[in-house]
Design a protein around this ligand. Structure first.
Ligand code: NAD
Ligand code: DAU
Length: 333
């Protein structure tokens, strides 16, 4: 089986490829990735060349996509601009990659007659949910340009299913954590800052709630949906634990034995969604169960960043994330 994975040099894509190669010995992966600031060749280090081939290319480039998709029966589409804060500063690349890129891939999937196309999306498309849990049938009410671009891509997928009978499925996952996450996102930024005894900028009152999903559980869920999900359907992939940001910081400080003085209260994110929480019943009916509980998953994640400074130090030294944070969040409260 030949699978096209887009964005496989990023956080979740790389973890997914590792899982697939480990548990499906007869599968080979073509990894189409443009190697943006978020992509990293080190994320694919050690993968067997006979079963994993990286092609550098943009998902919005029809020729690059055609070359990569040739002979593939399955497509798992991760490639995207993914950081909410960046989308607040400049949304243009989010529209190009997340919307146009998805349309180019969908058209190619029809031309190449792929058997299954899995579109990896996010709980952010539902917007902020003050209480209860988002179901797959809920209204899409995205609040950030990132979330809006993902919602647009979900709707495109839906339209290709209805219009062209595209063999597509959508998954919407909550906040992932684990190894290989670029250190601009809250958890790896927090852990790596604390390792350097630097403060973590906590936005606003820190009472926003996120639903934490270990990336390995996400990879398992994606493989299950890819193989057993019903075409045309949407599946939520929720985490094993919802948690306020201020509680998350307290837990990480405790695990790492660091003082509370390392938390710097800063201005809030614009349009900051207060709470995400997913109803995972539909995925459970397909047979999914979490393997990682939150506390041990967090401990293992802290241990991974501790042991892999050679992975994250060059990313932080390159400074992109720092320049970005400094521009947006100058004031401490
Ligand atoms: P990431 O930012 O770590 O990686 C994105 C990858 O896509 C990078 O390797 C990058 O080089 C590549 N890429 C970006 N633009 C491209 C383009 N135009 N052409 C080809 N490659 C391109 O992302 P992630 O956190 O691994 O997220 C992967 C997917 O999962 C995204 O679609 C995201 O919306 C979704 N998702 C993420 C989370 C999360 O918590 N991180 C949760 C739910 C859903
Ligand atoms: O919910 C799924 C989404 O999770 C994915 O679709 C996105 O691609 C992914 O980036 C993530 O979005 P969030 O905005 O929830 O994640 P982030 O890591 O940026 O922030 C998590 C929470 O922590 C959020 O409430 C904002 C807050 N935060 C974030 C950063 C970077 C801080 O307080 N300080 C920070 O420096």
């Amino acid at each position: 089986m030949k699978v096209l994975v887009t964005g496989g040099l990023g956080f979740i894509g790389a973890n997914f490829i590792r899982r697939v190669l480990a548990v499906r010995p007869s599968w080979a992966v073509v990894n189409l990735d443009a190697l943006t600031y978020a992509g990293n060749r080190a994320n694919a280090a050690g993968l067997p060349a006979s079963r994993h081939r990286w092609l550098r290319g943009d998902i919005a480039d029809v020729r690059a996509v055609d070359r990569a998709m040739k002979g593939c029966e399955l497509v798992v589409h991760f490639a995207a601009e993914t950081h909410v804060d960046r989308s607040i500063l400049d949304a243009s690349q989010f529209l190009k990659t997340n919307v146009i890129g998805t349309q180019v891939l969908l058209d190619a999937a029809l031309r190449h007659k792929v058997r299954r196309f899995l579109h990896v999306s996010t709980d952010e498309v539902y917007g902020s949910v003050p209480k209860g849990f988002s179901k797959e049938t809920d209204l899409l009410e995205p609040n950030s340009p990132y979330a809006a671009s993902k919602a647009a891509s979900d709707l495109l997928v839906r339209s290709y299913v209805a219009t062209h009978r595209a063999p597509a499925i959508i998954t919407r996952a909550s906040n992932n954590y684990g190894p290989y996450q670029y250190p601009e996102k809250a958890l790896p930024l927090m852990i790596t800052n604390f390792l350097e005894d630097k403060p973590f900028p906590l936005y606003g009152d820190g009472r926003q709630v996120r639903d934490w999903l270990h990336v390995d559980d996400h990879a398992r869920a994606l493989l299950l949906v890819l193989e057993k999900g019903a075409l045309g359907e949407v599946y939520n992939v929720g985490g094993s634990r919802t948690c306020e940001n201020r509680e998350l910081v307290r837990r990480v400080l405790r695990i790492m034995g660091k003082p509370a003085s390392l938390v710097a209260r800063v201005e809030d994110r614009k349009g900051h969604d207060r709470r995400y929480a997913l109803d995972g019943a539909k995925l459970r009916r397909l047979g999914f169960r979490h393997v990682h509980d939150f506390e041990s998953g967090l401990r293992a994640t802290v241990a991974w960043y501790q042991a892999n400074a050679a992975w994250w130090r060059p990313l932080k030294a390159a400074g992109g994330w720092r320049t970005y944070c400094a521009r947006q969040y100058r004031g401490r409260r």
